[in-house]
Design a protein around this ligand. Structure first.
Ligand SMILES: Cc1ncc(COP(=O)(O)O)c(C=O)c1O
Length: 390
């Protein structure tokens, strides 16, 4: 089946007449006998024992996501950060070393730079546009390489096949955040990555009303992560799992629409004199356009651009916009816009921001499902306001 058909049919109810599957909101499940209780309580990933161990609605979401990412298994979590932290804490320990990208989602960077070192985990950040930098950073105690492509908010591309080749040569696991690309545009597991994660909060659920995450990959790795997960407890709620399943049915058409609109917006901005630089891997001028074309089917709904001017120019631009909301998410039906330097000034130090390559006049634009013409007219209005006050 094609992805569009699969997404609509993948969670169809098994053997019941309901078109939409039920939500299993119950925390505990009952057993008919002491023998059954003993069996279910010791079954790894039991769906009908106690919610921190698993849940039938959660299992349905994990199965659909595993199908579309090409994974053996998945483990849904309470948030994208729940998937990042639980996975890292399951796979590495004090004395181990992690290599990660310098340009990555700010929360992941903060976890790696603030929480991991407290536990004795060493982290090296590298420029992911230089594939050999991953190899140079490898040490005898390196256990994990973390990737995010395209990266948030700079839309830099990581050559996934090249990096997984290096990791395999050194016996190191790879873990890729596929939130920005989505499985419609990119399937990193097909290119040798061991584990993929999503902030389901974004495109997968798609309506800005769910906070959830997931990690997917080989069953033995997911089982290992699940052991730690039941103790950390960043567990997805069944209602969020159900809403994520609903969002998934329209994932392909939403992402394809956003691919088209984002490319049109990127081209418009690229030609505009008030814009210094546009970061969008679908543009022929993107420094890694060829890698993006090789490993992605479409280039996604997220772009960022640097205005000519400073922090205040970006602020004036956003204040003049009428269509997108000023809001810190992406992948939803409504377009959202932020100035990363303003959003993260309390989360990341100035040094971390500059290390992550985030200039003060950078604007991140997460394309929704509005008409392209309305969005372009709005950008024009914002750019006029931003440059006229300079
Ligand atoms: C690329 C990426 N990964 C992970 C996360 C964290 O996800 P959550 O907010 O669901 O914890 C985000 C959130 O913005 C993100 O953009």
């Amino acid at each position: 089946m094609m992805l569009e058909t699969l997404l609509v049919h993948a969670d169809a109810d098994d053997g019941e007449s309901a078109i939409v599957p039920p939500i299993y909101q119950s925390v505990p499940f009952s057993a008919a006998s002491a023998e059954e209780f003993a069996k279910v309580s010791t079954t790894p990933r039991a769906e009908r024992f106690y919610r921190r161990y698993g849940n039938p609605t959660q299992a349905r979401l994990e199965a659909v996501m595993a199908t579309i990412e090409g994974a053996e298994a998945g483990l849904a979590t309470a948030s994208g950060m729940g998937a990042v932290s639980t996975t890292v804490l399951s796979l590495v320990a004090g004395g181990d070393h992690v290599v990660a990208q310098r340009s990555m989602y700010g929360g992941t960077l903060s976890f790696l730079q603030e929480v991991a070192p407290r536990l004795g985990i060493e982290v090296t950040l590298v420029d992911q546009t230089d594939t050999r930098a991953f190899e140079r950073a490898v040490r005898p105690n390196t256990k994990l390489i973390m990737l995010e492509t395209p990266s948030n908010p700079l839309l830099q591309i990581t050559d996934v096949e090249a990096v997984t080749g290096i990791a395999r040569d050194h016996g190191i696991l790879t873990f890729a955040d596929n939130t920005v690309a989505t499985p419609v545009n990119h399937r990193p597991l097909d290119q040798g990555v061991d584990l993929v994660m999503h902030s389901i909060t974004k495109s997968v659920s798609g309506h800005s009303d769910v906070l959830a995450g997931i990690v997917l990959g080989r069953s033995d790795l997911i089982d290992r992560i699940w052991q730690t997960h039941t103790l950390i407890g960043a567990v997805i709620s069944p209602h969020d799992a159900w809403l994520a399943l609903r969002g998934l049915r329209t994932l392909a058409m939403r992402v394809e629409h956003q691919n088209r609109t984002a490319l049109a917006l990127a081209r418009f901005l690229d030609d505009h004199p008030a814009v210094a630089k546009v970061n969008y891997p679908g543009l022929a001028g993107h420094p890694q356009h060829d890698v993006a074309k090789r490993q992605m089917r479409g280039h996604g709904g997220l772009l960022s651009f640097e205005l000519r001017g400073g922090y205040d120019t970006a602020e004036r631009f956003i204040a003049a916009l009428g269509v997108p909301a000023r809001s810190p998410s992406l992948g939803g039906v409504r377009s959202l816009v932020v100035q990363p330097a303003a959003m993260w000034e309390h989360e990341l130090t100035e040094e971390q921001l500059s290390e992550a390559g985030v200039p003060p006049a950078l604007v991140r634009f997460a394309v929704g499902l509005e008409a392209e013409t309305d969005l372009i007219a709005d950008l024009e209005r914002g750019l006029t306001a931003a440059s006229s006050a300079r």
